[in-house]
Design a protein around this ligand. Structure first.
Ligand code: HEC
Ligand code: HEC
Length: 255
């Protein structure tokens, strides 16, 4: 008899605990660092421990990328400018403030890169890739990639990513997605313009060369871009006051 009384009470407890977990207000908030480290485990399952995915697969590394770039991408997946169902599901319920926290968490990780892989293509292809990245092709009004991504190709703060340490297949897929209109950035979307001026062979060449380049020992993004006449200012999301205040409040962040 006693058991029968106890059992529904226990079930009630359990269901309260479950609904408390799914609700936005968590009754006993954990310290900020704990929760971000814990929740990012869902991400590092695919993106490698500490977001350090190596270039031998498909998953892009997250660690050390500019925070503004990562934040833009999380918004892009959540809001339908980039598509990867499994990630969108994870990001859909998250607020701008929480996405900014995640972006800042991965951006702050300063961790070494593995060695680059050997170039998987003919010498001509690899050389064509190098020339396109370093010099572009004026006859097609294709700017050099380094003009925006930095001379060392480690990206530029706050929102231009580096191009090294990424898998070749991932690079190919991103350029292809831009050409096909399946990946979009905030307007003006510079990369859509760049990708549309490239042929599939150009893309292949650039991806093969980039994936075979070592990451410099100082892998940090450049502080700012050297001003180049005629280069457009590329689009980025504004970091709203509500996103930053959610970060500094550290509690009550929608999950
Ligand atoms: C099931 C595997 C998986 C999980 C889990 C996952 N991701 Fe991803 N993520 C991917 C893949 C695959 C891509 C590349 C998709 C594409 O082709 O555009 C990606 C892309 C990204 C990018 C863009 C990187 C870049 O260089 O543009 C960011 C940022 C990112 N993920 C963050 C996260 C965060 C934060 C989480 C956890 C909340 C997460 N991911 C969970 C698989 C995953
Ligand atoms: C006019 C400036 C500009 C030029 C030139 C440019 N890029 Fe970009 N690129 C950007 C910006 C800005 C982003 C970030 C877009 C976003 O927020 O999604 C980007 C993103 C990328 C990404 C996505 C990286 C990732 O982690 O997913 C790749 C790949 C890329 N560029 C390759 C290239 C290549 C290859 C070239 C040269 C052929 C090039 N870019 C030239 C501005 C430029």
């Amino acid at each position: 008899m006693r058991l029968l009384v106890w059992l529904p009470a226990a079930l009630l407890c359990l269901s309260t605990a479950v609904s408390a977990q799914t609700a936005t207000a968590v009754p006993t908030p954990k310290p900020f660092e704990d929760s971000i480290a814990q929740r990012s485990l869902a991400c590092t399952h695919c993106h490698g421990a500490q977001g350090r995915a190596a270039p031998d697969g498909y998953y892009p590394r997250l660690a050390g990328k500019p925070a503004g770039y990562l934040y833009n991408q999380l918004l892009n997946f959540r809001d339908g400018r980039r598509h990867y169902g499994l990630m969108t599901q994870l990001l859909e319920p998250l607020s701008d403030g929480y996405l900014l926290e995640i972006a800042q968490h991965f951006a702050a990780l300063d961790l070494p890169y593995p060695a680059a892989l050997p170039a998987a293509g003919s010498r001509e292809l690899v050389e064509r890739g190098r020339v396109l990245v370093m010099q572009g092709d004026a006859s097609r009004q294709l700017p050099a990639c380094v003009q925006c991504h930095g001379q060392r190709m480690t990206g530029v703060l706050p929102n231009v990513p580096g191009l090294l340490g990424l898998p070749r297949d991932y690079l190919n897929a991103q350029m292809g997605a831009w050409r096909a209109g399946k990946r979009r950035a905030h307007a003006p979307d510079c990369m859509a313009q760049v990708a549309l001026r490239m042929s599939p062979d150009d893309i292949q060449a650039v991806s093969v060369w980039l994936a075979s380049q070592p990451v410099p020992s100082d892998s940090k993004p450049a502080e700012r871009l050297a001003a180049v006449a005629g280069l457009p200012v590329c689009g980025t999301a504004a970091i709203t006051a509500s996103a930053t205040s959610a970060t500094s409040a550290k509690t009550g962040v929608a999950r």
